[in-house]
Design a binder for this molecule. Structure first.
Ligand SMILES: Cc1cc2nc3c(=O)[nH]c(=O)nc-3n(C[C@H](O)[C@H](O)[C@H](O)COP(=O)(O)OP(=O)(O)OC[C@H]3O[C@@H](n4cnc5c(N)ncnc54)[C@H](O)[C@@H]3O)c2cc1C
Length: 468
């Protein structure tokens, strides 16, 4: 079947879905190729007999307009549901106990998650600004936070908060890449708290207040994308070469060899897969991509068998800093986000500091977490519904990341290839989505040989198109 294929998008996570939808909106003929049987990548959900469990993220912050732009392309804006007030309470483990923390400045004064010493170090940072370092080079997240708040507050409090975002090692993560707003705030105001409070008051056009999720689960994103895009599912691509007409990419669909030709390609896979694909065609880009690392995370997902038997209080979830020496990084109370019953939980295990834990057997994971829950509440784990393993769960932007991204961009300049993925700009969903829009816009701007749908030029032939 001959197709006027302008762009091949490899990888159907949030970055690839965004790039494909935006290119389609711009009038390009696009094919999205995905290794798995469904789209969405890490942002998905599984239906079980006791309700839906997220396989990755559970909610998103409405203050990032990129989410709304993507949801509009998917026709899912109305499906985004604001989290219920009961989920506003968060917990930090301190001294082996769950300490409540509500998202309000007053809660910082009353919470047991912070000692008097911590509160004093936060107050000092806010009230007596001090200049940023003269050295403009990147530093670790730990170095920035310790300079501003002191080692104890970082070890016992901020390390827990950051674990929930990066599951990473604060000594290795880049302050500039992970928390650019804090770095700017320190430079502008001499106080990261002042800067953060100011940033909370400003909002970009298209932003909405609050945290949101989907009542049908995050899987709805991939399902809707599959309805709106031409896709080749269960197709794993492994090699890419340039041709006079553009790009040829080959791989296998269910063990059958496949070959795709297009004027342009967006690679929206994890960085190591992108490195393999580009190894021959763009070795300089491949070298940078192969330096990138991810933290592994395994999710133990479970539900209360008898209401209240976990003895966990209602809320969003809890996080534990490494000094607490718990088995798991934390637990999200996924059923509480929309106040559903039975209460369902997703426990995060592993991360950059304990990668081997993420690889333990199901039985070992359960035994380890039982110990945690026993220590924290004396409650029981109830019914385990599933174990989700992500050997490359969360991208780790380490010190010097901005330089790596700059080298990557310069090695791609003028090429018929764009990259998209959470590793551009950070590690989060918003970074993946923003990179997808940027890849689509970059390729469209390139053009002279990029054909437009409706024009007569045939730029490629798709061996077969499978619309999922
Ligand atoms: C447990 C967990 C919790 C998280 N929580 C949050 C959160 O609360 N907030 C937040 O912002 N972020 C969170 N994240 C991170 C977020 O999920 C990711 O940043 C984002 O989903 C990454 O999207 P992506 O498109 O860059 O990559 P991916 O989702 O990894 O997509 C890559 C896609 O490429 C496909 N692929 C790979 N190789 C090939 C190949 N050779 N051929 C074809 N296709 C291929 C894969 O199957 C996959 O679908 C979480 C991640 C995990 C794992």
């Amino acid at each position: 079947m001959a197709e006027h294929l302008d762009v091949l998008v490899v990888g159907g996570g949030l970055a690839g879905i965004t790039a494909a939808l935006e290119l389609q909106r711009l009038g390009r003929r696009v094919l999205l190729v995905e290794r798995a049987a469904q789209l969405g990548g890490k942002a998905g959900s599984t239906e079980t007999s006791l309700g839906s469990f997220p396989t990755g993220p559970t909610s998103f912050n409405g203050r990032h307009p990129a989410f709304w732009r993507l949801l509009e392309l998917l026709g899912l804006t109305e499906d985004a549901t604001r989290l219920r007030p009961a989920s506003a309470s968060r917990f930090i483990v301190r001294g082996g106990k769950l300490r409540g923390l509500r998202p309000s400045p007053l809660s910082v004064l009353s919470t047991g998650a912070l000692t008097l010493g911590d509160k004093w170090s936060l107050a000092k940072e806010f009230m007596w600004p001090s200049p940023a370092r003269a050295d403009l080079s990147d530093e670790s997240l730990e170095s920035l936070l310790v300079r501003r708040f002191g080692q104890k507050t970082v070890d016992h409090f901020l390390a827990a908060v950051m674990t929930g975002i990066f599951a990473g090692d604060l000594r290795a993560l880049s302050a500039q890449a992970c928390m650019p707003a804090l770095v700017t705030a320190e430079k502008e105001y001499g106080s990261v708290i002042k800067g953060a409070l100011k940033a909370m008051k400003t909002s970009e056009p298209g932003a909405r207040a609050g945290l949101y999720t989907f009542s049908k689960g995050f899987g709805v994103v991939g399902e809707r994308a599959a309805q709106r895009l031409s896709c080749s599912m269960e197709t794993e691509l492994d090699s890419l070469s340039f041709t006079p007409e553009g790009v040829t990419v080959t791989g296998r669909r269910k063990n059958e060899p496949v070959e795709f030709h297009a004027a342009r390609v967006v690679i929206a896979t994890e960085a190591d897969v992108a490195a393999r694909l580009l190894g021959r065609a763009l070795p300089a880009a491949a070298r940078v991509l192969s330096e990138f690392t991810y933290a592994p995370v395994t999710l133990l997902q479970w539900a209360e068998q008898v209401p209240g038997d976990s003895r966990l209080p209602p809320g969003f979830g809890y996080l534990a800093a490494p000094v607490e020496e718990l088995f798991a990084l934390g637990t999200l109370f996924v059923g509480d986000l929309l106040e559903e019953s039975p209460r369902r939980f997703s426990t995060f295990i592993g991360g950059a500091l304990n990668p081997s834990r993420a690889a333990l057997s199901d039985g070992e994971l359960l035994a380890g977490f039982r110990g945690d829950l026993n220590r924290l509440t004396g409650g029981s784990v109830g019914q385990v519904m599933q174990v989700v393993r992500w050997p490359r769960a969360v991208f780790q932007p380490t010190v010097g990341h901005a330089g790596q991204v700059a080298r990557l961009r310069s090695s791609l300049a003028g090429q018929p290839v764009a990259l998209a993925g959470s590793y551009f700009g950070g590690a989060a969903m918003k970074d993946a989505i923003i990179s997808g829009f940027a890849a689509a816009e970059g390729l469209s701007a390139l053009s002279p040989t990029l054909s437009f749908a409706g024009e007569s030029e045939v730029v490629g032939q798709v061996e077969s198109l499978v619309s999922a």
